[in-house]
Design a protein around this ligand. Structure first.
Ligand code: GAR
Length: 180
């Protein structure tokens, strides 16, 4: 049973739903994001867990882990979830928290991976699916796929092509993990 963490548009959540994977709960860091509409449209329970007090990350993490576990979640997928998770969350789902990232990690971790790759002038970048640890996009990489940078690419055009890959790669990895 999959729980998905989101912060924004939720196109990767949509890819998991469209793949027919057993998404049973969606937790968001923010209100009023498109990902919550997607969860509602799919009839999946969703709830917002704002990090109201950054000093109390472990309180937020515990509440979110309790809620997901209460829905039977055994695998967590961060799909555009833009906040760090601490031990109070990760300890509840050991080696069962995944993230999708728009770069070939360990290159270009963080919240501006596509812009950073363009600024560095690389000729290829890509998409990574990796295990989440307490660092910023530092966990073990499970699968990656290359995306070429084309002449004239902007962050928007490049990110769009990377997301096409993400929407295929993420459901494939999740499907394999839940079958294993
Ligand atoms: C995705 O491209 C994902 O790789 C990226 O945010 C986007 C979310 O899109 N995540 C990160 O940059 C994490 N460091 P979505 O909300 O439409 O799935």
């Amino acid at each position: 049973m999959i729980g998905v963490l989101v912060s924004g548009s939720g196109s990767n959540l949509q890819a998991l739903l469209d793949a027919g994977l057993p998404v049973v709960a969606v937790a968001s860091s923010h209100e009023d994001v498109r990902a919550l509409d997607r969860a509602e449209a799919a009839g999946v329970p969703a709830r917002v867990f704002p990090l109201a007090d950054p000093a109390d990350r472990s309180g937020r993490d515990t509440a979110m882990a309790d809620w997901l576990a209460g829905h039977g979640v055994t695998l967590v997928v961060c799909a555009g979830f833009m906040q760090l998770l601490g031990p109070a969350f990760l300890g509840r789902f050991p080696d069962r928290v995944l993230n999708v990232h728009p770069a070939l990690l360990p290159a270009f971790p963080g919240a501006h991976a596509v812009e950073d790759a363009l600024a560095a002038g690389v000729s290829v970048t890509g998409a990574s699916v990796h295990l989440v640890d307490e660092g910023i996009d530092t966990g073990e990489v499970i699968r990656q796929e290359i995306v070429p940078v084309l002449p004239g690419d902007t962050a928007e055009t490049l990110h769009r092509r990377i997301q096409v890959v993400e929407h295929r790669l993420l459901p494939a990895v999740v499907r394999e993990l839940i079958a294993a």
